[in-house]
Design a binder for this molecule. Structure first.
Ligand code: NAP
Length: 247
């Protein structure tokens, strides 16, 4: 097992990619704290971990777009986990719209959830990792950080910011034994975008993998970046994109 004895905090683990990461980390021996707003799905994810892997898992309901949510989460995580060995900044929202139609509220929500929350959580947990001389921070970005998409200007900019934070944090925390890396998925079949994917099957003709990703594809990459086998890997963005960015 890759993560025996480790503690992990995974944001946005009440659904999709985050839930798959939480389950995969539990399978590999980690104690996982699941974060999201939807308590029903959060508790279901915890129960799944307990039933399937017989491991401790917890859920904490927090709105990461609010300072109150972040502060409560940091306090709770330190109380129940003690130390956080692995932080996965996965929670995000992705409203798509032409630039002129993006409201001030949406602009603030996207930046708060996709950029400010990872920033504040890293600021909260990285110092103790530095003190222990070890830790793993994984940011879930997107291929939209590297390519322009009409309708995705705001989302892509938020993910590009997170990709840049990944590089800056590698320089800031890497010398103290903390690995900071990112994973950039392309289209992953999760509940939030399943219908859109069904309608976009023609995209597969130009994708080397000829299939959309599963959340588990992303989770396997997260295990690598969370475990000891990636100790010499700093500041990368690993595309888990079926070859999308390569061609
Ligand atoms: N699916 C894709 O094709 C794809 C492609 C590229 C990148 N990504 C990235 O992968 C990550 C996960 O995507 P996904 O498809 O798994 O999304 P998803 O199924 O919509 O899940 C999003 C998760 O984020 C949480 N979340 C959103 N806003 C939150 C807030 N304000 N406070 C707390 N939690 C919040 C949700 O929790 P609640 O519902 O409980 O609030 C949920 O657990 C995101 O960073 C996304 O940008 C996804």
């Amino acid at each position: 097992m890759e993560l025996e004895g480790k503690t992990a905090l995974v944001t946005g683990a009440t659904s999709g990619i985050g839930e798959a990461i939480a389950l995969a980390f539990a399978r590999e021996g980690a104690k996982v704290l699941i974060i999201g707003r939807n308590s029903k799905r959060g508790v279901e994810a915890v129960e799944k971990i307990i039933q399937v892997y017989g491991r401790w898992a917890g859920f904490y309901a927090a709105d990461l777009a609010s300072n109150r949510g972040i502060n409560g989460l940091v306090y709770h995580a330190k109380k129940v986990l003690g130390k956080v060995d692995i932080l996965v900044n996965n929670a995000a929202i992705f409203p798509m719209a032409p630039t002129a139609e993006v409201s001030h509220t949406t602009l603030d929500e996207v930046l708060a959830t996709n950029v400010k929350a990872p920033f504040l959580l890293t600021a909260a947990f990285a110092p103790a990792m530095v003190e222990r001389g070890q830790g793993k921070i994984i940011n879930i970005t997107s291929v939209a950080a590297h390519k322009g998409f009409a309708g995705g200007a705001l989302y892509g900019a938020s993910k590009a910011a997170l990709a840049q934070l990944t590089r800056a944090w590698a320089d800031e925390f890497g010398p103290k034994g903390v690995n900071v890396n990112a994973i950039a998925p392309h289209l992953v079949d999760t509940p939030g975008i399943h219908e859109a994917l069904v309608a976009s099957k023609q995209l597969l003709q130009s994708l080397p993998a000829r299939r959309f990703a599963t959340p588990e594809d992303v989770a396997e990459a997260a295990i690598y970046l969370a475990g000891g086998k990636s100790n010499y890997v700093h500041g990368i963005t690993l595309p888990v994109d079926g070859g999308f960015l390569a061609i």
